[in-house]
Design a protein around this ligand. Structure first.
Ligand SMILES: CC(C)(COP(=O)(O)OP(=O)(O)OC[C@H]1O[C@@H](n2cnc3c(N)ncnc32)[C@H](O)[C@@H]1OP(=O)(O)O)[C@@H](O)C(=O)NCCC(=O)NCCS
Length: 247
């Protein structure tokens, strides 16, 4: 599966058998932030205004603005006309225009990932690998017993990266299902292998066949993962050089 981050063709479209993941930096010039601000809806403006720190507000505005530009491109609609709906646990979906496009997004510090597909649930996660977070106590609290065992079986110098592989794979699966933390984190188990991400165990046995995971490599200091419903799809990863690229 290719995880190179390519420059998108100007007329990028998703095939029925494709999943696209976009990588973007949330830093932008004030003029770009302002341009993206005007694409947002009133409820998004309200949410943006509630951020205490300017930096968090800017990241939210750029993330949502880019999301709208990308959804607009895939659905051939003006970004500002797109309306999102939210599941009971907060997962956003495209409500307007009517479409089978599915998406999910994640951000960590200045990096964001956006995943898109047709008609299949997707979830994505990215985390900055901070070694101070990757400790055994946190693993025991959030991971399934098999995952903790696999983690502690690794040489100490490999544990921090494996911790974040496990975390992002679990989170991508949770986000694909859109049920938030109502899904107990020890009810399913993922692999920790660097190059192969697998759902090893789930509450319902047929879920192991229904879901596929993929590791993503957006930046050496970040772990990331994708969860996709169904099989027979190809992954394409695009790098969004800046908000202006999609003008
Ligand atoms: C809501 C949740 C997705 C939080 O994720 P997070 O790590 O804080 O943030 P991420 O950057 O991954 O994702 C945020 C985006 O996910 C989307 N999102 C929100 N709720 C979601 C849900 N229930 N399902 C899927 N996606 C959701 C939104 O688009 C959001 O972006 P926005 O706030 O700019 O609109 C949820 O899974 C959660 O609270 N997780 C807690 C973390 C945890 O304990 N993880 C343990 C893993 S081992």
């Amino acid at each position: 599966m290719s995880t190179d981050w390519l420059a998108p063709p100007p007329d990028v479209t998703i095939g029925a058998d494709e999943v696209h993941v976009w990588r973007a930096v949330l830093q932008a010039r004030p003029s770009e932030v302002s341009r993206l601000w005007w694409l947002l809806s009133e409820d998004e403006h309200e949410r943006a205004r509630r951020f205490r720190f300017e930096r968090d507000r800017r990241r939210f505005v750029v993330g949502r603005g880019l999301l709208r530009v990308l959804v607009g491109r895939y659905t051939a609609s003006p970004p500002e006309a797109i309306r999102f709906s939210y599941s009971a646990h907060g997962k956003p979906a495209v409500a307007e225009p009517p479409t089978s496009l599915t998406f999910n997004l994640a951000h960590s510090e200045e990096w964001a990932l956006f995943a898109f597909a047709w008609g299949r649930r997707v979830g994505v996660d990215i985390e900055h690998m901070r070694s101070d977070l990757a400790d055994e106590q946190i693993a025991r609290r959030f991971f399934a017993p098999g995952e903790v065992q696999a983690l502690l079986g690794l040489p100490a110098d490999q544990r921090s990266a494996a911790f974040f592989r496990c975390w992002t794979r679990k989170e991508a699966f949770v986000k694909a299902r859109g049920e938030g933390l109502s899904l107990p984190l020890d009810a399913f188990e993922v692999s920790l292998d660097p190059d192969a991400a697998t759902l090893l165990r789930a509450a319902e046995p047929d879920e192991v066949r229904r879901w596929q995971l993929a590791p993503l490599f957006p930046h050496p200091a970040y772990a990331a993962a994708l969860a996709v419903e169904g099989d027979g799809w190809q992954l394409r990863c695009w790098h969004l050089a800046g908000p202006e690229t999609l003008r």
